[in-house]
Design a protein around this ligand. Sequence first.
Ligand SMILES: [Cu+2]
Length: 151
Amino acid sequence: MERRRDGIVYYALVVAIIALIISLVAYVGRENPEVTSAPRSPTTMTLSMVVATFSGQGVAAHRWHPTMLVVRQGDTVDLAVANPDEFSHQLEITGYNLKTKKLTPGSSDRLQFVADQAGIFVFQCALPHDPAWRHCTPDHELMRGYLIVTE
Ligand SMILES: [Cu+2]
């Protein structure tokens, strides 16, 4: 009887060691997400941007939304820009030498380009504040964001 119990304990120990070895092999051989997601062929990034107005406490803030665009070098960017504001604006991506047409209230435009240079590029409003023409708003200088092109 004692011998038989020893045999079962021994058998359970062998099974536990085999299970441990299998789980260790599975753990070591698991896919590393950092490595598998790194290489990626260039793609078309379809993005959209709007003039966003945030208001409250008698103050209105106008910003390009989103304030940051991130693409990879080599990607084609297809950026739709809309202006739902009651004043005209114009998006300019300095460094890439790109400008939308003057975006009058309710209008939109599209910028299509290949992000061939890596770096951080400012985008801003190219239409200085001019109340007589309903061009932009007093916070013109704050309508600023960044296009980040990663290598
Ligand atoms: Cu503006």
